[in-house]
Design a protein around this ligand. Structure first.
Ligand code: ZN
Ligand code: ZN
Length: 411
């Protein structure tokens, strides 16, 4: 297939598998201006599937940077009502949400961190209704990527901009299974594999996982009682299936936010709010980060951890074998959508309520009492997997089961 066919196919799978656009739903389509070509194709595909209407929400990270450098801090402390309504309204009416991301990993490097933090907190408050409807399983959503020049040059620094973009496209198409053969069939086969993996772990009912590797990671995390390992497609309350991330290779569950002990070292750089953090560690006591360090981007790591109380606690534990499709590409993407799918990771901040039995219906207080970290403006995945990662699962009676050896599943 040529590039145009691949792009059309990409649009088709985003609209169908990604959010499963249906005649009873609006589509909120967040699209960077560079990705306009893809955005328009996705809109067309959503209409073909019968969507009531497609609402284009254009964004541009370079003008966001200009605003950040020039507007006063107060401007970032609140989100105007009309803007909050631009999402909350459609969530109330019934929508699905597509986010196309095209991010320069360094776009906000050196920017005013107080404004960035204020903006994250204001966003959490303003879009609370939107996120609540999403958490209750009433809003199908997906995140997909589009290569822009700055991002591609970061990934392939020795190439010309045009070649770098071409290479990044090839990598993206590969990871979302576009190319030879039937894309949709390939996705369902992949989904069955992830579901099998999740089932195997669900049978074990581990109370905690212990991680060790030669970077110095020596860390144990408790899992919430009744936690559910998930992976691949999700089902909304209306019973429709969708894929929240494309690509996706992970299976993940809910850690107990008061049960984590020891130190974890990062295995890949992390781009947080447009700033890179690299070669860092976080150390936990009673589930809370009590010390941290970074060779690169310490300021951004400080900002992440200081956003709110929940940002110092874990909301997700995810397992991905070292020997897996994205990892085997050997490409560092500097983008969490890809890098998190190449490596075991943890997330600081919000948990996913549906990773514990009955979680979508629990009150905020009940979920927190169970150990779910559910009051944070952040949910930031950071990668910890290595070729020598060892993970032991521990059961309630103390039995230990090897889950990972030399970076791969042995269960
Ligand atoms: Zn994850
Ligand atoms: Zn995550």
């Amino acid at each position: 297939m040529g590039f145009n066919e691949n792009l059309r196919e990409y649009a088709r799978v985003i609209a169908s598998l990604g959010v499963n656009a249906t005649p009873d739903r609006y589509v909120l389509l967040r699209c960077p201006i560079e990705a306009a070509e893809l955005g328009r194709l996705v809109a067309e595909e959503c209409y073909k599937l019968g969507a009531i209407d497609v609402i284009m929400q254009w964004n541009d990270e370079r003008s966001a940077r200009i605003r950040l450098d020039n507007a006063a801090k107060e401007q970032f402390e609140t989100v105007p009502e009309w803007r909050a309504e631009s999402q909350n309204y459609y969530a109330r009416k019934g929508c699905v949400a597509i986010s196309i991301v095209a991010e320069d990993p360094d776009i906000f490097a050196g920017a005013d961190s107080e404004k960035l933090m204020a903006s994250a907190l204001a966003g959490k408050k303003a879009f609370e209704e939107f996120y609540r409807i999403m958490d209750e399983g009433n809003l199908r959503w997906t995140v997909v990527a589009y290569p822009n020049e700055a991002w591609a040059k970061k990934v392939f620094p020795n190439d010309t901009p045009a070649n770098a973009v071409k290479k990044l496209w090839a990598a993206i198409f590969k990871t979302v299974r576009i190319g030879r053969g039937d894309t949709v069939k390939k996705w369902w086969r992949h989904d069955r594999m992830l579901k099998r993996r999740a089932r195997a772990l669900n049978r074990e009912k581990f109370v905690s996982l212990r991680y060790k590797n030669s970077l110095g990671t020596d860390f144990t995390v408790g899992l919430v009682e009744g936690h559910i390992w998930k992976g691949g497609s999700e089902k909304c309350v209306a019973g429709k299936v969708y894929f929240p991330n494309m690509p996706t290779e992970e299976i993940f569950t809910m850690p107990h936010c008061e049960k984590a002990e020891g130190r974890v070292y990062s295995s890949m750089p992390l781009s947080y709010q447009g700033e890179l953090i690299d070669k860092f560690y976080v150390e936990f006591k009673d589930g809370k980060v009590v010390s941290h360090g970074a060779e690169v981007g310490l300021r951004a790591l400080d900002r992440l951890l200081n956003t709110d109380e929940g940002s110092r606690r874990l909301g997700e534990v995810a397992l991905i074998p070292y020997d897996s499709p994205i990892s085997n590409l050997g490409i560092l993407f500097y983008n969490t959508l890809f890098d998190e799918n190449a490596s075991c990771h943890l997330a600081l901040g919000e948990c996913y309520p549906d990773t514990v039995k009955g979680g979508e219906k629990m009150s905020k207080e009940t979920l927190r009492a169970k150990g779910g970290n559910n009051d944070s403006a952040n949910h930031v995945d950071f990668m910890i997997g290595t070729a020598d990662m060892e993970i032991i699962g521990i059961k309630a009676d103390g039995t230990e089961v090897k889950v990972f050896e030399n970076g791969n599943f042995v269960i």
